[in-house]
Design a binder for this molecule. Structure first.
Ligand code: PLP
Ligand code: LYS
Length: 424
């Protein structure tokens, strides 16, 4: 499914021309398709139905309340990594009894908030964290459910900055420490070991890393059970890839083919934490060309969106398809030269040379006032955006069967300074 299609000389989101949305709500603007969100979540739900998993949408991918509510209504739970994310999912009406909490630096206050909300489990990443959870649980007179996060040392072949399951990454623990901590949990009355957790990285475009993770989970579960531990849950994290360029990416059923048999062999409950797979291709960022300029032998196309809106290109040199909103069709292939197009640097107005969406990218002739769509922007777009250069965050719109819902209004200049108003 692709809700963003060209016809009649322009880009549509479902049945609505993107140019009309941009005219009504201004640019830059984020446009999400609810149908696509549901389609992607449904794909995972169907693919893994045989083992009835708890699917915990990874809130960091897109933490907009409107989107979290769509996820909640469609039966998703949530993976959070901070008190702020936990607060958001509560506001979205989530059942916190199915929420999982990962992250290497949980504070006592965050642990307390999670225990008050009786979450499903903490994904514990170190011994000091385990001790802190035990201490907070003791103070509160409750029992904390913990899963131990294993660093399986599996190369998920992602960008160096988004690999999390390799030795040397800050995440999780090696196998020996997992065993040690499991034994420690048994001796700590305020802790209950419920399972193990792994997350390999993001985005993962082959099934092999999950196959290896499944095998590793089988081994670890067997060894932990042999040491007298009850392992009810295995959480294999997120990381399912999507197509950014047009051809890569796998259906959820391919990942399920390697994960489901392992889960059945272990006889455990499966948790998954997909983020990008659900929202990535359900959203675009629409900007307007402010100026074009030729300098130093280059053509620069300057947008009103910038790295503060979508920082993935600046941070990871990530590839996003970029094409004018008014066009007959997308090119068959975005790589390399495109007939009738000229290579340009697509940049924003922020005062950093890293503020670009693409370098040397082929675009048809564009001019001041033209609208541009930046595709595959629904994951790690708004959730990583900032107010750098005192730029208000852009409006977010959810398209649902021909209806445009504002799920986050455009920030005003007053919003920018609201938290600083008490300063003399
Ligand atoms: C622990 C954990 N779970 C889930 C995710 C979500 O990853 P993705 O959006 O690739 O599914 C991440 C981010 O990589 C993560 O760190
Ligand atoms: N923020 C990254 C993914 C990191 C996922 C968080 N562990 C991206 O945009 O691709």
């Amino acid at each position: 499914m692709n809700p963003f299609q060209y016809r009649d000389g322009e880009l549509f989101c479902e049945e609505i021309p993107v140019s009309r949305i941009a005219r009504d709500f201004g640019t830059p603007c984020w446009i999400y398709s609810k149908a696509m969100l549901l389609h992607q979540l449904g794909q995972i739900q169907n693919a893994f139905a045989a083992v009835n998993p708890v699917i915990c949408f990874s809130v960091k991918a897109n933490s907009n309340l409107g989107i979290l509510k769509v996820m909640r209504d469609a039966g998703s739970s949530f993976d959070v990594v901070s008190g702020g994310e936990l607060y958001r999912v509560r506001k979205a009406g989530a059942d916190t009894a199915k929420v999982v909490f990962a992250g290497v630096g949980k504070t006592d206050a965050e642990i307390q908030l999670a225990l008050e909300n009786q979450i499903l489990m903490f994904d514990v990443e170190s011994e000091p964290e385990l001790d802190a959870i035990a201490a907070v649980a003791e103070k509160m007179g409750v029992i904390a459910p913990v899963a131990l996060r294993l660093n399986p040392d599996i190369d998920a072949k992602t960008h160096a900055k988004t690999t999390t399951g390799k030795k040397g990454n800050k995440f999780g623990m090696d196998i020996e420490r997992v065993f040690e901590l499991a034994d420690k949990v048994l001796k700590t009355p305020r802790l209950k070991l419920v399972g193990i957790h792994m997350h390999l990285g993001s985005p993962i475009l082959t099934t092999e890393p999950y196959d290896l993770a499944g095998q590793k989970a089988i081994e670890v579960t067997r060894d932990l059970r042999a040491r007298g531990h009850e392992i009810g849950w295995v959480n294999l994290g997120g990381g399912f890839g999507i197509s950014y360029r047009g051809s890569e990416g796998l259906p959820a059923s391919e990942y399920a083919k390697v994960i489901v048999p392992a889960v059945q062999e272990m006889g455990v409950q499966l948790a998954l934490e997909p983020g990008r797979f659900i929202t990535g291709n359900a959203g675009i960022l629409v900007s307007e060309v402010v100026y074009t300029k030729r300098e130093g032998g280059k053509l620069f196309v300057i947008q009103d969106a910038a790295m503060n809106d979508l920082m993935r290109p600046a941070m990871y040199d990530a590839f996003h398809k970029i094409w004018p909103v008014k066009a007959a069709a997308e090119p068959a292939n975005y790589e390399g030269e495109i007939e009738g197009c000229e290579a340009c640097d697509v940049v924003g107005p922020v005062c950093e040379s890293g503020d670009y969406f693409a370098k040397g990218r082929y675009l048809p002739p564009v001019q001041r006032g033209d609208l541009i769509s930046i595709f595959s922007a629904g994951a790690y777009g708004t959730s990583m955006s900032s107010n750098y250069n005192s730029r208000p965050r852009a409006v977010e719109l959810l398209i649902d069967k021909g209806h445009v819902q504002v799920v986050r209004r455009r920030e005003t200049y007053d919003d920018l300074i609201a938290a600083e108003m008490d300063v003399e």
